[in-house]
Design a protein around this ligand. Structure first.
Ligand code: PMP
Length: 466
């Protein structure tokens, strides 16, 4: 029972090893500067040293277990230290760990590209590898711009992004992101995108359906394209769920409408499926729910099952052909990263696709997602919850100070942090985005483990609002 529902610390073990966490944390803080962190917080927030992973569990140096409710930054699909992926990696490490990917290739990347082309929406036929999500977004932006340039449309230099979007934090990817927390400081360094209002259903008028919000926001996009298509390379979106922007969700009809608008106005559609790809929203790719094929699809995170950094940008044959010319024409796409197409990462990705092939993953996820929905349903009536929303294996709860007006808690009160700390004390890794408590567990969780996550979150919310 303790294994499955670790409600509190195992005290006998803790006294034995009480210093293991503290000593690692101390060494860490001496030299390491962590991402997405005000390091000063660690004067009060514990640094948690994880020494082992096992399925959906993370195990710290003192032997405490945390259920990974956020799939370690949305990467993990089939559990930590997954035996199938680990065995494939061990074999690959003994065969070929890395090779330059210009002029040279290797069978694992070739098979991965073939299989990605097969499973992604029709029309995506060329695969450009990179090594993380932001890099994939950089590739898509540069490739789109360069395509138009090669087509003698050098006047197309701008991108359209949605309000509330997040596409990464390198300067190009941050340029097309609209989460102030990450963008504001660096704004003087960034390209200025054209922002179209998000179809986010939470922003709808009282009683307005998500589909109606999508239609209304499409009209705003149409107006923007009417005015700016001549100078616009591409529209970039996170299909169905704007994740880092607070797990804001929208109706699939927005994507089909947007595809039509991009065709009509002759601009590319970039689908950033870095967070939502590989089964997260219920279908293998979120675009499938709108029967849409983008011009560029960015993949990362779940691509390797959450084991190694890798990303891929899939695009169309005619895009590839616009770069294909005699060398001195100067049309080549020269973007490169040292670890492009890394064989270990590609092998992890292939084994991840094998698991999708061999197991009824999406079917199982449907059952898990409906269990999660049922467990979250009572929160609809919670006096400090304005919205409970879900797309497949992503569910989110919007905490507010006032339910009637949807007035948010001030960000500086850091209510979400209280939920995070409560989770750590009760065996769950929950990492709210501001006032949004969300669940994005690995697909290997069982119903009892979902219960555990939800129970801890509900208790954490009670603590956060007082
Ligand atoms: N796009 C989306 C939609 C993301 O959620 C993220 C990461 N959270 C990125 C891009 C950037 O990926 P990475 O962190 O690997 O650079």
């Amino acid at each position: 029972m303790l294994e499955q529902h670790p409600r509190g610390p195992d005290h006998s073990r803790m006294t034995q090893q009480a210093d293991a966490n503290a000593s690692l944390a101390q060494r860490d803080l001496r030299h390491i500067w962590h991402p997405c962190t005000q390091m000063h917080d660690h004067q009060v927030v514990p640094m948690v040293p994880i020494v082992r992973g096992e399925g959906p569990w993370l195990i710290d140096a003192n032997g405490r277990r945390y259920l990974d409710g956020i799939s370690s930054w949305w990467t993990n699909l089939f559990g930590h230290a997954n035996p199938r992926i680990a065995a494939a990696l061990a074999e690959q490490a003994n065969t070929l760990e890395h090779v330059i990917f210009a002029g040279f290739t290797h069978p694992v990347a070739i098979e991965l590209a073939e299989r990605l082309v097969k499973i992604t929406p029709q029309g995506l036929e060329k695969v450009f590898f990179a090594d993380n999500g932001s890099a994939a977004v950089e590739v898509a932006l540069k490739m789109s711009f360069h395509y138009w340039l090669n087509q003698r449309h050098g006047e197309k230099t701008r991108f359209i992004a949605l309000t509330g979007s997040y596409h990464g934090e390198t300067l190009g990817a941050l340029s097309v992101s609209d989460v102030a927390l990450y963008r504001k400081t660096y704004a003087p360094l960034l390209l200025t995108p054209l922002l179209a209002p998000s179809p986010d259903a939470y922003e709808g008028e009282p009683g307005e359906s998500p589909e109606h919000v999508a239609t209304r926001r499409l009209e705003a996009m149409r107006v923007l394209l009417e005015r700016h298509a001549h100078e616009t390379c591409a529209v970039i979106v996170e299909p169905l769920v704007q994740c880092a922007g607070g797990m804001r969700m929208y109706h699939p009809s927005y994507l089909s409408g947007l595809r039509a608008l991009c065709n009509q106005y002759n601009v590319h559609l970039i689908a950033d499926e870095i967070a939502v790809g590989f089964g997260r929203t219920g279908t293998l790719f979120a675009c499938e729910q709108a029967s849409v094929a983008p011009d560029f699809m960015c993949l990362s995170k779940g691509l390797t099952g959450g084991t190694l950094p890798l990303s891929a940008v899939l695009t169309r044959q005619h895009v590839y052909e616009a770069f294909y010319a005699e060398y001195n024409a100067g049309k080549a796409f020269l973007h490169s990263h040292s670890y492009t197409g890394n064989p270990l990462a590609c092998r992890a990705a292939l084994e991840t696709l094998n698991i999708f092939r061999d197991e009824p993953v999406l079917e199982r996820n449907r059952a898990l997602a409906s269990h999660l929905a049922a467990r979250l349903a009572p929160l609809h009536d919670h006096p400090n919850v304005a919205d409970v929303r879900q797309h497949g294996m992503i569910a989110a709860v919007e905490l507010v100070a006032d339910k009637a007006t949807r007035r948010a808690f001030p960000a500086e009160e850091r209510r979400g942090l209280r939920v995070y700390l409560h989770g750590l004390e009760h065996g769950a890794l929950l990492r709210p985005l501001g006032n949004v408590i969300y669940f994005m567990p690995p697909y290997v969780v069982n119903e009892g483990q979902i219960d555990h996550l939800v129970d801890v979150a509900i208790d954490g919310i009670a603590r956060a609002i007082t």
